[in-house]
Design a protein around this ligand. Structure first.
Ligand code: BG6
Length: 480
């Protein structure tokens, strides 16, 4: 019998996570090309509960590309590109043992289809990883976090075109080889399942240029499955000690009531969330998905060899981001992933993200029960419009409460048998929001003094959560 588990394992990795396109800035430095995220404008007085950069049309993109009056916050981020030593020093002060960050595809291949990589871009990440090593911080590296080169959208309609498989695999090969002695943990694609919320960001498809948008999405996802499997195969040949993971965002659906209709719809919807990891870990398209595609009129072009490469290469671990949960009411909701009902028992933040720590427990437990592969939490955090006081303090007790309850739930899941090896909160320092391109949706333990238009001193201030998280790490999750 296995030994009784009391808490997080001794060698547990504690840290935080960011994405290059949301923090680095320096959008045109050292040969970097433009990614699709460099065209996400800041919108004043936006409806924060809606995402405006999800379904992109050709016309809207062209308008964004030629409108010089717009401000694009992700081009400037919080200047992690130049200030990485300052940021990393603060993470080391909190005793981070890991830091999840991404490589910007457009620093390595500025247009995504060059013959040779950009040496200045490669050198930059050498320096970042060397600094992390000096500080004893283990990198967990996402190869692609929402920053497809814009050129690949304009030329090939993003991941819809099969060409993206080779272009991405080539890019991944370059970074896996270059950093083979510096990085052990890799995540191939950020949140491969989140196409309903981050469709343009994740797949780069212009919705009005395809006949059947849903079909195009799943075709593009198929290309991501094939590319991911190919990357895993290549990575294993480069360094057998690599650990390569896939990543999903879980927004577990709960039945709105115990009505059998609500329960059944919830089961079917949750199954379509599992679809992504079912393909990757079980190595084939599940029958419920084939049935769903038939009902929706979706026909996938699967080439000979695709299913074999997927079958041969299941990932080593599963990275999960968890923020909130939703309900499903069969009298109102459908199989459309965007169709949800609010949970009346939960409070939510200003962006409508419901706070549900128990959902963390059920999420990791359910994925563990389904696949029995090591799990890491790659994102979990609380976006809030923090207030910087005159004395430089930021009292973010609401963030501490959120994180405490989620870590507690996670600990319970570990005690009940989930093999969890890392927890990365989103984010250690404030960065630009992926969904709404604001900095005022702040997640960090470190306040960055910039506003939504990039104005401010840029100075860094420790929030109350800084000292709290430091203690959590020092006590390996015992002092919460
Ligand atoms: C995750 C993304 O889905 O959610 C991150 O991987 C993102 O890139 C995070 O930042 C939080 O979303 P937002 O819109 O609050 O930044």
């Amino acid at each position: 019998m296995r030994e009784y588990v009391k808490g997080f394992p001794k060698d547990f990795l504690w840290g935080g996570a960011v994405a290059a396109n949301q923090c680095e800035g320096a959008f045109d430095a050292d040969g970097k090309g433009l990614s699709i995220q460099d065209f996400h404008p800041y919108t004043k007085n936006l409806d924060r509960t809606k995402l405006d950069f999800n379904h992109m049309t050709k016309e809207y993109l062209e308008a964004l590309m030629s409108d010089e009056s717009l401000y694009f916050p992700k081009r400037y981020g919080v200047d992690f590109y130049h200030r990485y030593k300052e940021y990393l020093a603060l993470l080391a002060e909190m005793n981070f043992s890991t830091f999840r960050l991404s490589i910007a595809w457009t620093r390595i291949f500025p247009n995504g289809d060059e013959a040779e990589p950009n040496e200045a871009g490669l050198k930059y990440y050498d320096d970042v990883f060397d600094e992390m090593k000096r500080l004893n911080i283990e990198p967990i590296v996402t190869i692609n976090h929402y920053d497809l080169p814009i050129n690949l959208t304009l030329k090939h309609n993003g991941w819809y075109d099969r060409k993206c498989i080779d272009l991405f695999t080539k890019y991944a090969d370059v970074v896996l080889k270059r950093y083979k002695d510096k990085v052990k943990y890799w995540i191939i694609i950020n949140q491969i399942n989140l196409i309903q919320y981050e469709c343009f960001g994740s797949l780069g498809i212009l919705s009005d240029t395809v006949e059947n948008y849903k079909q195009a999405q799943f075709q593009a996802i198929h290309h991501q499955f094939v590319a991911s499997a190919q990357v895993i195969e290549n990575a294993r040949a480069i360094n057998e000690n690599f650990r390569i993971g896939t990543m999903i965002a879980d927004s577990t659906m709960y039945p709105f009531s115990c009505k059998p209709e609500d329960v059944t719809l919830t089961l079917k919807r949750n199954r379509m969330q599992y679809f992504f990891t079912d393909v990757q870990f079980r190595g084939e398209y599940p029958m419920y998905a084939i049935q769903h595609f038939k009902q929706e009129g979706i026909h996938l072009n699967i080439e000979p060899g695709d299913e074999q490469v997927i079958k041969r290469n299941s990932p080593d671990f599963l990275c999960i981001s968890y923020y909130y949960s939703y309900c499903l009411d069969a009298s109102k909701n459908t199989m459309d992933p965007a169709s949800t009902t609010k949970n009346p028992y939960l409070k939510a933040n200003e962006w409508g993200w419901a706070i549900n720590p128990m959902g963390m427990y059920s999420t990791v437990s359910q994925y563990w029960d389904r696949y029995q592969v090591p799990i890491m939490i790659g994102e979990n955090g609380f976006g809030y419009q923090d207030v910087l006081e005159n004395d430089g303090s930021v009292h973010d007790d609401y963030r501490i409460d959120y994180l405490r309850e989620h870590i507690k739930a996670l600990k319970q899941a570990v005690c009940d048998g989930v093999e969890l090896f890392a927890y990365c909160s989103w984010t250690p320092f404030d960065i630009i929001s992926a969904g709404t391109a604001e900095i005022s949706k702040r997640y960090g333990y470190i306040y960055v003094d910039l506003d939504d238009m990039g104005q401010g001193s840029g100075k860094l201030y420790k929030k109350d959560s800084f000292a709290w998280y430091k203690k959590v790490i020092e006590s390996n999750g015992e002092i919460l």
